[in-house]
Design a protein around this ligand. Sequence first.
Ligand code: M3P
Ligand code: FE
Length: 311
Amino acid sequence: MAMTGILRPGHAQLRVLDLEQATRFYRDIMGLVETGRDGQGRVYFKCWDEHDHSSLILRQADGAGIDFIGFKVLNASTLDQLDKDIQAFGLKTERVPAGDLLETGERVRFVLPTGHVMELYAEKTQIGNGLPAVNPAPWAPDADRGMAPVRFDHCLLYGPNVMANKVLFMEVLGFHLVERILGPAEAGEPEIGLFFSCSHKTHDIAFVEYPEPGKLHHLSFRMPTWERVLRAGDIMGMNKVPIDIGPTRHGVTRGETIYAWDPSGNRFETFAGGYEPYPDSRTITWTFEGFPHGLDFPQGKLHDSFLTVVT
Ligand code: M3P
Ligand code: FE
């Protein structure tokens, strides 16, 4: 399918309570590649098979959570057009100068109706995946340290007004709605969970209705296979990483998954599988009664922590 407009989730900036402990976790246990530190003390990482300079930025803070999520767009004129479209939709935008994030161009920043800070950018230096573009091997040495996800895949964010996000994502930002979760019949089955894609993936970003704005449910890291999800679970066990759910499979998106917590209490997901929707694919709906299997298909179980623990 043609890829124009918004291409993919490119980076997320995460707040951590102890930067050096978090750096050791993401580098040595998660197995990300550390790519830089800036004048503000932030630490930058990428997954081994990503080419752009960074996809995860850690900032030391007093409380855990997400500062912002950034999506890469096709080019500078796309960025300008989306900036105008977002303003016409009624949101204020702000330009963050190039270089504020290492090796990253100018960003257009705005606050979603759910209270999350989102940004768009067109430029990030490509530093490569450690493999040549001519006759490359299937993996590089960085693929063999820790859990070693191949890419930052998506995030699930919790906040109020997910229905307002739906209009923005579908009518302005060009995403399609792949799956949705409905609330109880007594409440008139409102849409309480929305899974959006700007690509061939089951989701590039998802939202769940929640009273407090701007909350992070999880950042998800793509593993190449289910075996690699299980191996990530082995590494979590070896390192006493606290697990929330899994290994199991979601009914929602059919993803094979483990949810666990980083040392600051931010949830992350190691994730594989799923399917490949197109923009014209039918949207899949999970009713409130069906949702326990949507969350954990084999067990059909609503895990309390999934619904209540966010940062
Ligand atoms: C994911 C995923 C829910 C399922 C979440 C699914 C809210 O996080 O990556 O597929 O039930
Ligand atoms: Fe997920």
